[in-house]
Design a protein around this ligand. Sequence first.
Ligand SMILES: Cc1ncc(COP(=O)(O)O)c(C=O)c1O
Length: 382
Amino acid sequence: MLPVVQIVRRPGILDLGWGHPDPALLPVAALQRATATALERYGADALTYGAERGPGPLIEWICARLAQTDARAPDPVDVIITAGASQALDLLCTLWTTPGDTVLVESPTYHLAVRILRDHPLELAAVPSDADGVDVDALEALLARLARRGKQARMLYFVPTHHNPTGSCMSLERRRALATVAAEHGVLLVEDDVYRELSYDDPAPPSVWSIAPPGTVARIGSFSKSLAPGLRLGYVTSHASLAQRLIGSGLLDSGGGLNPFVALTVAEVCTAGDFDATVARLRAAYRERRNALAKGLHDYLPAGCRFVVPGGGFFQWVELPEGIDAGELLPRAEQSGVSYLPGSRFYLDEPRRNTLRLAFSLYSPDQLVEAAQRLGEAIGRI
Ligand SMILES: Cc1ncc(COP(=O)(O)O)c(C=O)c1O
């Protein structure tokens, strides 16, 4: 039989390479209720071509939610619903760039966003980052180098909040500096904000979108992390003019709004209070998992390994002692029954080979401690 799900399980291996949610945490019952309610409430309207922007009830709920979780709420005309963050990025590339344009990507970054960018014939250039996020001085230097070659960057893709893969959060100061530089140079900031709801200690910082001049940022949100990735539902908050550009795309003109039935169903989940309940449950579960993995790493990793416990998201970044290549370590780790993604996968250039990414979303706290022990043993045997 052909597979139903994307993940491929390997018996005997605790595979912390997958940044997927634990199926046991997905809100099946809430979706069952919401599907029935959406069909009752909207009848055939739920099943026909939807409004291009996405259904009003969901957009209104997103605006109200962001009023609570961000520094400012969008106006409904600033928002469009997408088929997840990945599709939003793809659509932005289609409409905002032309082949050969230069697009900037922070490095390290979410490796699969790079795959989407590479589906478009763009020239990608890496912007270095540190523990505090995108290095704005390095960005300015890069923009100046590009200008000398007669080039102007079209957009910059980055993940400032609970970063994938490093788990870091960009400081407010950096967010402000980045917003200023991007606005000065006419670079559209594409802010991937999919982990905003999954903050485990403090509330997430204000999005760059919320503090930047209107029209300079397209912020991409998603229900993949806060509800379920199988919904394929996300959104863009930008500015009415950019939203209008997306709405005017051939894709939306031909097919109407993206995933309208799912969008109406999710609107029911949200207004019934099940979004709040699910996010509270996910935060508690992932916080416990993050803590268990951190304790396991603390107890079992040999001296010389370093890690900073993330404040949210799905990922723990680990630095091995200099000279240990996480790619070369991987087969031995798998022999010990644990897997991960080598950090080199997340760099556009000059990878730091002694780094690796562990996802703590898929496994129970006990399994995560076991995974840390197996990893520590594999490193110790080098
Ligand atoms: C930073 C980041 N952006 C986007 C995605 C994918 O989002 P979606 O499922 O909404 O396409 C992920 C999933 O791992 C992610 O980590």
